[in-house]
Design a protein around this ligand. Sequence first.
Ligand SMILES: O=c1ccn([C@@H]2O[C@H](COP(=O)(O)O)[C@@H](O)[C@H]2O)c(=O)[nH]1
Length: 233
Amino acid sequence: MSVASPLIIALDYSSLDAALCMADRLDPARCRLKVGKELFTRSGPDVLEALHGRGFEVFLDLKFHDIPNTVAGAVQAAAEQGVWMVNVHAGGGRRMMEAAKERLVRQGLSTQLIAVTVLTSMAAEDLAEVGVSVSPAEQVERLAALARDSGMDGVVCSAQEAARLRVLCGDDFLKVTPGIRPAAAQAGDQRRVMTPGEAVAAGSTHLVVGRPVTQADDPMAALAAIEAELAAG
Ligand SMILES: O=c1ccn([C@@H]2O[C@H](COP(=O)(O)O)[C@@H](O)[C@H]2O)c(=O)[nH]1
């Protein structure tokens, strides 16, 4: 299936039932779904089978970060379960990313492989505490260039960095951006945020949206408002 919408809804739920309840209200022609650490740790691969069975393309967001051999095996395992997209941490380095990509190519698996640059929950002071003295934007650019050179299909970054990455890495390089917040939404733990309309205008290719939809009083109305904002842009 080809999904025209850039929206990826993050199913950050603590049970398979709750996740499927939301999935059943969504339309696979209008969004993709993201399965992250909490849901996958609770449900295991069953959630992937259930979402694929409902016609959704799934981004398995487990952010693998380990030695090259281990990450290559994990990425292969994810791809063999039919996920549309999987990710690793760019901080794992060139050899790790190359090993993951090589494994997919060798096995003839076409899953999109992207790398996390700097988590959208991190600001400059958070980076400084872990020994990174440059700004989030500079660190994102450095890791995106490394990811591109290591064969990644794109990166996870904030929409605030998307415009610059478009220049640096081109339009075809995926810019998957969490930290999406409609104007009235709470930022919560996110630090580098943008509205849906701003994110697309800046060059985000995919917008990851979780709580602004899943925790809204009326999730379908919240989603419709985001879709309307995108359509207006
Ligand atoms: O840098 C990153 C990488 C991943 N995420 C994930 O995206 C969603 C965002 O959810 P919200 O509720 O819209 O904040 C969540 O699953 C994160 O694990 C991210 O936020 N930032």
